[in-house]
Design a binder for this molecule. Structure first.
Ligand code: IPE
Ligand code: MG
Length: 251
């Protein structure tokens, strides 16, 4: 929830950083490699980012792995993208579990293979007791789809007599989203030079700071993350309130 303007949130508070992992294809193309190798290099960038994030005051890290719109890519590329969670969890899940990282997988399970659903569900279950750090992987996720699914869930509760339409408010709606357990993102980083949200965290991004960087995701490293946080710290977050100086001047 947004803080009242008289109590600006501390900009040194633990951060929720969300990242649109973009630019894998261009990274591969520049090297004359198949796009699949760009996606694999993207997984390495994810590993680096997860490793360094806790040291930078980040408590929540959310990454966009596969969007509900990515199904329109060629079948071979979709298969490669579908194989990435396995690639990542096989090499890293045991360590995440040991180091206190809680993994959540956001997005629709429908449309994913039974194996993949099991893998995502297992990763969540194995780390459900962890609380040092939170890693959310948005996979088969779309902001609009998630809002529609939340609306459907609430409507089903009403139809079953378990909820009353008069009780619906922003907080209740948020709880029905697949992202509901997390605080809203403080900043959304998009590398690769593209400057759009692409259906990521539409509801949750209401007061997020946007940071666009000219680096392709497979080249993303700790320095890019530090630079993004430094830029974020310089921003004046107002949540619809007035700037602190103007409030003083208005007396
Ligand atoms: C991000 O890289 C991976 C996903 C969207 C799943 P891209 O594949 O979008 O890379 P570009 O945009 O073609 O460079
Ligand atoms: Mg892209």
């Amino acid at each position: 929830m947004a803080a009242a303007p008289s109590e600006p949130p501390k900009t040194d508070a633990p951060l929720h950083v969300a990242i649109v992992m973009d630019g894998n294809g261009r990274w591969a193309k520049r090297r004359g490699l198949p796009r699949s190798l760009g996606h694999r290099a993207g997984v390495e960038a994810l590993k680096r980012t997860v490793a360094v994030a806790p040291e930078l005051g980040i408590k929540w890290l959310t990454v966009f792995g596969f969007s509900t719109e990515n199904w329109s890519r060629p079948a071979a590329e979709v298969s490669e993208l579908m194989a990435l969670p396995k690639r990542y969890f096989e090499s890293d899940l045991a360590r995440l579990e040991r180091e206190g990282v809680r993994v959540r997988c956001w997005g629709r399970r429908q449309g994913l293979s039974a194996d993949l659903v099991k893998m995502l569900t297992d990763a969540e279950a194995r780390t459900a007791h962890n609380e040092v750090f939170n890693l959310n992987i948005a996979f088969n996720y779309g902001g609009q789809a998630d809002i529609v699914d939340a609306a459907r869930r609430f409507a089903e509760e009403v139809a079953a007599g378990r909820a009353d339409p008069a009780d619906l408010n922003e907080a209740v709606f948020t709880q029905h989203l697949s992202t509901g357990a997390a605080p809203p993102p403080d900043m959304i980083i998009r590398p690769s030079g593209e400057q759009r949200l692409s259906n990521f965290l539409l509801w949750e991004a209401a007061y997020a700071e946007f940071i666009f960087q000219d680096v392709l995701w497979p080249d993303f490293n700790a320095e890019h993350l530090k630079a993004a946080i430094e830029e974020y710290r310089r921003r004046d977050r107002r949540y619809g309130g007035a700037a602190a100086d103007d409030v003083l001047a208005a007396g």
